[in-house]
Design a protein around this ligand. Structure first.
Ligand code: NOJ
Length: 556
C-alpha cells in the first residue's frame, strides 16, 4: 500500500506554535530532528543477525516516544553489501536481507501513521560492480555505449599498465582497477573513488541522468519524504580526469565540487517540487569553505547540507563553527544542520575524549589511549544538548540517545568495513560505530533480534546501556534526550535566533536561543551559573555552579 505524504503543504507548525506566514519559513525540515537508522544494526525481525525493515517498523514506537520528526534510512537496496549497502546493484528494490518492497511500504505507512517522515539514502556517485550496467560494461568493448555509463579509460605507460591518473580511493589504494579485455589480455581501467566494488558513474552520460530521474520518481511515487544524497559533491569530474595536485587541499581535487554538479541538483529539485508534501534533498557534502558548501542549498537546489561534525571540545573553536555555519547558510536562505555523529565516525562519547591530533579512522584492540567509558559520557551528553539547542535541523545517529561508546574490541576476523582490508589493517574503519543496538538487557543479542545472532559482536557494556534499562529512568541518557526533544519543541529552540552572551569565561559557550539560555562548560573548572531557572542539565547540579563538561538550558 502506498503511503500518504505528511503535511501536504509543508506548513505544519510545531504543536505549541501558531501558524506563521510563509510555508518556506515554517517548512518542517528547517527545524526537524532527523534520526539516522542504519538498517543493518537497528533491529532484526527475522533473526539472521542483520537488521531489516520489519525490524525498524517493529521499533517505531520507541522512536515516536523519543520524539524525532523524521528518519533517515541508510541504504536498504539490493546490494552485495561490500560497503554496508552503499554499493547498490538495484536502486529500485529492497535487498532480501532487509525485506521486500512491501516491507518498505509498510514501514513508510506505519511511520507516517505516527507522524514520522522518512528520508532514504540515494547513492548516485557509483553503483555496485554487480549492477547489471557494470556487468554489461565488463563484457563490452572499449568505447562502447555500455562502458560510457562508467569511467573506463586506457592506462598510462607504453603497455597501459599504469593507472590513468594518480587518484586514490577514499578507502585506501589506487582509485583505478584494471579489467581483462575480451581476449583475456589486460584491458582498460575503471574509476572507483571508494571500494573496487563501487565503480563511479559518468554523469556526463545522458542515460545515467535519466536513470536517476527514474529512481527518484520511483521512491517519490511510493511516498518517500526525501533523499540524503551520498557523496553529493563528487558526481561530476573535471574534464580529462587530470591528476590530483598533491600540494592542494582535497576540496580542490578534480573530483570535488565541480561546477556542473549543481545543474544535476537543480534538475532533481524540480522533480521533487512536482510532488506534494514538502519533500527534501540533503547533501552529504563536506566541501570547504562553508561559503562554498552553501552553494548546494541555494533556493533552487537542495534543502539541507550536512554540517561538519563537532570534533573539538573547545568553546572558541565550536563558536567559530557555529557562527560561520549560520552566516554561510543564512546568506542563501537555508537552515543549518547540526550533526554530532553518523555511521562513518567514531561514536561521539569516545571521539570527543580522544586527543584531536590522533583521531584515527576507527579504533580496535591495538589502539592506545582509548578513554574509559564513564569518563567520556559527560561530554557526549553535553554535546547532545548543544546540538539540539542550535537554530536549524539536527541529525541524531542511532544509539547516541543511549550514550553508546565506540566498540573497540571487535576481532580482526569479524571486521567488515572494506577500509580495514584495503589499508592492510592500518585503519580499523567504521565497524565500531555500527554494532547492532541493545534494546533489552536480558534478552539474546540484547533484543536486537529474536536469537543470539548479530553481524558484529556486541560488547557486554550493552547490558548496562540497553534501552529498557534507560527508559523512564531519571538521569539516564535516554531520558536526557527525550526531555531535550520535548523542550526543544515546546520552547521553539530550533527557531533561534541565536544571540551570543558576554560575561562568561572563554571555556564556556554561552548563547540565547529565543527564550532559552544555553551554557556549555568545555573547560576543566566549574563556573558560576547566572540567576534563573535551570530547565535541563546534562549532569547533576549540586549547587549553582556549572561543572566541567556540562550543558544547561535555562529560562531567560
Ligand atoms: C558516504 C557514506 O556515508 C559511506 O558510508 C560510504 O562508504 C561512502 N559514502 C561511499 O558511498
Amino acid at each position: 500500500m502506498l503511503a500518504t505524504p505528511l503535511d501536504p503543504l509543508g506548513t505544519r507548525p510545531p504543536a505549541d506554535e501558531p501558524s506563521r506566514a510563509s510555508p518556506q519559513v515554517t517548512a518542517w525540515w528547517r527545524t526537524a530532528v532527523i534520526y539516522q537508522v542504519y538498517p543493518r544494526s537497528f533491529a532484526d525481525a527475522d533473526g539472521d543477525g542483520i537488521g531489516d525493515l520489519p525490524g525498524v517498523t517493529s521499533r517505531l514506537d520507541a522512536l515516536r516516544r523519543l520524539g524525532v520528526d523524521a528518519l533517515w534510512l541508510s541504504p536498504f537496496y539490493t546490494s552485495p553489501q561490500r560497503d554496508g549497502g552503499y554499493d547498490v546493484a538495484d536502486h529500485c528494490d529492497v535487498d532480501p536481507l532487509f525485506g521486500t518492497l512491501a516491507d518498505f511500504d509498510e514501514l513508510l505507512h506505519q511511520a507516517h501513521a505516527r507522524g514520522i517522515r522518512v528520508i532514504a539514502d540515494i547513492v548516485p556517485n557509483h553503483s555496485s560492480d554487480r549492477h547489471p550496467w557494470f556487468q554489461e560494461a565488463l563484457t563490452s568493448t572499449s568505447g562502447s555505449a555500455e562502458r560510457a555509463r562508467y569511467l573506463f579509460r586506457d592506462g598510462r605507460g607504453p603497455d597501459g599498465s599504469e593507472p590513468p591518473n594518480n587518484w586514490q580511493s577514499h578507502f585506501g589504494g589506487p582509485a583505478w582497477t584494471r579489467v581483462p579485455a575480451a581476449d583475456g589480455t589486460p584491458g582498460q581501467w575503471y574509476l572507483h573513488l571508494f571500494d573496487t566494488s563501487q565503480p563511479d558513474f559518468d554523469w556526463s552520460n545522458a542515460e545515467v541522468r535519466a536513470e536517476f530521474r527514474r529512481v527518484l520518481r520511483f521512491w517519490l511515487d511510493r511516498g518517500i519524504d526525501g533523499f540524503r544524497v551520498d557523496v553529493a559533491s563528487s558526481l561530476v569530474k573535471a574534464d580529462g580526469l587530470p591528476d590530483v595536485d598533491p600540494s592542494l587541499d582535497e576540496d580542490l581535487a578534480p573530483y570535488t565540487g565541480q561546477p556542473g554538479v549543481h545543474e544535476i541538483y537543480r534538475d532533481w529539485r524540480s522533480i521533487l517540487d512536482e510532488y506534494p508534501g514538502d519533500r527534501v534533498l540533503v547533501a552529504e557534502s563536506w566541501i570547504k569553505p562553508l561559503t562554498r558548501r552553501a552553494d548546494w542549498v541555494r533556493p533552487d537546489e537542495m534543502h539541507q547540507a550536512f554540517n561538519d561534525l563537532f570534533d573539538d571540545w573547545d568553546a572558541p573553536t565550536l563558536r567559530g563553527i557555529v557562527e560561520n555555519t549560520l552566516a554561510a547558510f543564512s546568506a542563501v536562505g537555508a537552515p543549518s544542520t547540526w550533526v554530532a555523529s553518523n555511521h562513518d565516525t567514531v561514536r561521539q562519547a569516545t571521539r570527543l575524549s580522544l586527543p584531536r591530533s590522533d583521531r584515527p579512522n576507527g579504533l580496535g584492540p591495538r589502539s592506545t589511549g582509548v578513554p574509559a567509558y564513564d569518563d567520556t559520557l559527560p561530554r557526549a551528553r553535553a554535546l547532545a544538548m548543544l546540538t539540539l539547542s542550535l537554530p536549524g535541523a539536527a541529525y541524531l545517529y542511532q544509539g547516541e540517545e543511549l550514550g553508546l561508546p565506540e566498540v573497540t574490541d571487535i576481532p580482526d576476523a569479524a571486521r567488515q568495513d572494506p577500509t580495514f582490508a584495503r589499508t592492510a589493517g592500518e585503519q580499523y574503519g567504521r565497524d565500531g560505530c555500527r554494532v547492532p543496538l541493545p534494546w533489552e538487557a536480558d534478552a539474546p543479542s540484547y533484543g536486537f533480534g529474536p536469537g543470539d545472532a548479530s553481524w558484529l559482536p556486541q560488547p557486554t557494556i550493552w547490558a548496562r546501556l540497553a534501552r529498557d534499562r534507560q527508559q523512564d529512568v531519571p538521569g539516564s541518557t535516554l531520558t536526557l534526550y527525550q526531555d531535550a526533544l520535548v523542550l526543544r519543541r515546546s520552547r521553539s529552540l530550533a527557531a533561534g535566533p541565536l544571540v551570543w552572551l558576554a560575561g562568561h569565561p572563554p571555556h564556556v559557550l554561552a548563547f540565547r536561543s529565543g527564550r532559552t539560555t544555553v551554557l556549555v562548560n568545555m573547560g576543566s573548572t566549574p563556573t558560576p551559573l547566572p540567576a534563573g531557572d535551570v530547565l535541563l542539565s546534562s549532569t547533576d547540579l549540586d549547587d549553582r555552579t556549572l561543572p566541567s563538561d556540562t550543558a544547561v538550558w535555562m529560562h531567560s
